[in-house]
Design a protein around this ligand. Structure first.
Ligand code: ATP
Length: 232
């Protein structure tokens, strides 16, 4: 049904050994939203995203991605993800790297061109991937995630490690995706970043939800500011 949320997480907990990484976390992402998961290192952001991708199983709670169990083939087809540095082949061009991925999934070369234009790499698409800056590499990773038009994009700290230009370009890219109606769930440890690009944000601290609100309301509240001060 069209009103099925893109992501529905209810009462999810996950421990590694005795260490609780997530405790009773709820999250509901509506279609078309750009939603941030904000928190300092170790807050549980990556664990939450990995649960949505079916890479980690929650100990308790309910998780649905477009109404489906995470890890199910239909759920995986509906998610484009960038959760670690993408493994592209250095001596091949950006375009060829994407073509390999596209052809493996039966997608035409026109789809490669479409995603290259979205991430604004079409001008550099025939350069070797090995010569790309970190930011260009990350944008190629987003392009790969966009292949096949998945309804949900999951990005784990997509601006981490980028130089200032790369940060600006990545934030602009995510904002534009949101404007075009793509549902995006991204993690960050920078309050200002989620304020710039997200509509709503869930704030995690040591695995617990300390806020889940619109960015405007968060600006007024003290909780997130505390997190930011602890973040770096
Ligand atoms: P970061 O910004 O550092 O990636 P994060 O908010 O994404 O932080 P997680 O990576 O989800 O946090 O980690 C949450 C907690 O769970 C941390 O204490 C981490 O050490 C622990 N953890 C995560 N994955 C594992 C694992 N596979 N085995 C053991 N502990 C883990």
């Amino acid at each position: 049904p069209p009103d099925t949320p893109a992501v529905h997480v209810a009462g999810v907990s996950k421990s590694f050994g005795t260490l609780p990484a997530l405790s009773d976390v709820d999250l509901r992402v509506q279609r078309g939203q750009v939603y941030g998961v904000l928190g300092p290192n170790g807050a549980g952001k990556t664990t939450l995203l990995r649960i949505l991708l079916g890479l980690v199983h929650a100990d308790t709670g309910t998780v649905r991605v477009s109404g489906r169990h995470p890890g199910a083939p239909e759920a995986l087809r509906g998610i484009g993800a960038l959760i670690e540095t993408p493994a592209f082949v250095p001596h091949l061009s950006g375009r060829t790297n994407l073509r390999v991925l596209a052809r493996a999934r039966g997608l035409p070369d026109s789809e490669v061109q479409r995603v290259l234009e979205i991430v604004q790499l079409d001008g550099r698409a025939d350069d070797r991937y090995g010569g790309y800056s970190l930011g260009m590499g990350q944008r190629l990773g987003v392009a790969a995630a966009l292949l096949g038009r998945p309804p949900l994009l999951v990005l784990d700290e997509p601006t981490n490690g980028l130089d200032p230009d790369g940060v600006v370009q990545m934030r602009e890219l995510v904002r534009n995706l949101g404007t075009d109606g793509t549902t995006v769930l991204l993690s960050s440890h920078i309050l200002g970043e989620v304020q710039q690009i997200c509509e709503r944000v869930v704030v995690l601290d040591r695995g617990r939800t300390i806020a889940d609100d619109t960015v405007e309301n968060l600006r007024a509240g003290p909780g997130a500011l505390t997190v930011e001060l602890r973040a770096d």
